[in-house]
Design a protein around this ligand. Structure first.
Ligand code: G16
Ligand code: MG
Length: 217
C-alpha cells in the first residue's frame, strides 16, 4: 500500500545548519554576544524569530521590535548568499538513492521543514522534482514539536498519519512525528534521538529492505 514518506530539510537532506550558524554568528559578533557551535545546536529546527530571541537571551539583550526586524532581515540576507552558492554536491550521503528508490516504488514524498527558504534550497540542489508536497515555514503557525507541519504533509498527500513515515534529525521533530501518530525515523545520534522508533546515523545505513518493511506495515 502507499505510505507517505516525509523528510525534514536541514540536517536530513542538506547540512544548512553551518550556514545558519555563520549568519547568526555575524549578528552575535556585532552585538558582542559569544555564540558557539554548541549554542547553534539548540537552534536546529527552531524558527528564525525564535532563534534570534534565544541569541538575545544569551547576551541578556533587550531590543526593540525595530532592531529585531533589522537583525532578522540581515541574518536572512547573509544566509541567502550562502544558499545561492549551493549545488548538488551538498546533498547528504544516501539521500538521492532513497528518493530514487521511493519514486520507483511510486511512494508519495513530502518535505516538512521549519524553514521559509525550503523551496529555493531544494531548487539549488536540484531535488525539488522528487517532492509531491512541500510544507515549510511559510505554511505553518505552530513550530515542531507541534505536529502541524507533518499533519499538513499527510493531508496534502492524501495519506493517513498512521501510514506516514518521518525522517528527522531534531528532537523536536521526532516528538512532532510521534505526536502526529506517524512512524518516526531519527537521522543522527541514537542517544539524542532516543524517542524515535528507529534511528540511523545517516541514509547510507538505511537499506531498501528496511524501506520495503515500512511499506508493507
Ligand atoms: C531549519 C533550521 C533552523 C532554522 C529554521 C528556519 O529547520 O534547522 O535552524 O532556524 O529552519 O529557517 P529560515 O530562517 O530559513 O526560515 P528544518 O525544519 O528544515 O530542520
Ligand atoms: Mg532538521
Amino acid at each position: 500500500s502507499k505510505k507517505a514518506f516525509i523528510f525534514d530539510l536541514d540536517g536530513v537532506i542538506v547540512d544548512t545548519a553551518k550556514y545558519h550558524f555563520l549568519a547568526w554568528q555575524k549578528i552575535s559578533d556585532s552585538l558582542g554576544i559569544e555564540f558557539t557551535p554548541e549554542h547553534n545546536e539548540h537552534l536546529k529546527g527552531v524558527s528564525r524569530v525564535r532563534s534570534l530571541d534565544i541569541i538575545l537571551d544569551l547576551g541578556k539583550i533587550n531590543a526593540t521590535q525595530q532592531d529585531k526586524d533589522q537583525w532578522l532581515k540581515q541574518k536572512n540576507e547573509d544566509y541567502l548568499a550562502y544558499i545561492d552558492a549551493m549545488d548538488e554536491s551538498e546533498i547528504l550521503s544516501g539521500v538521492l538513492n532513497i528518493l530514487q528508490f521511493l519514486k520507483e516504488k511510486e511512494q508519495p514524498i513530502a518535505l516538512g521543514s521549519a524553514s521559509k527558504n525550503a523551496r529555493p534550497i531544494l531548487e539549488k540542489v536540484k531535488l525539488i522534482q522528487f517532492f509531491d508536497a512541500i510544507v515549510d515555514g511559510n505554511d505553518v503557525t505552530n513550530a515542531k514539536p507541534d505536529p502541524e507541519v507533518f499533519l499538513q504533509c499527510a493531508r496534502k498527500l492524501n495519506v493517513k498519519p498512521e501510514d506516514s513515515i518521518v525522517f528527522e534529525d531534531s528532537v523536536a521533530g521526532v516528538q512532532a512525528a510521534n505526536i502526529a501518530n506517524m512512524t518516526s525515523v531519527g537521522i543522527g545520534d541514537a542517544k539524542i534521538l532516543h524517542e524515535a522508533q528507529y534511528c540511523f546515523p545517516d541514509f547510507v545505513h538505511i537499506d531498501s529492505s528496511f524501506l520495503e518493511t515500512l511499506m508493507k506495515k
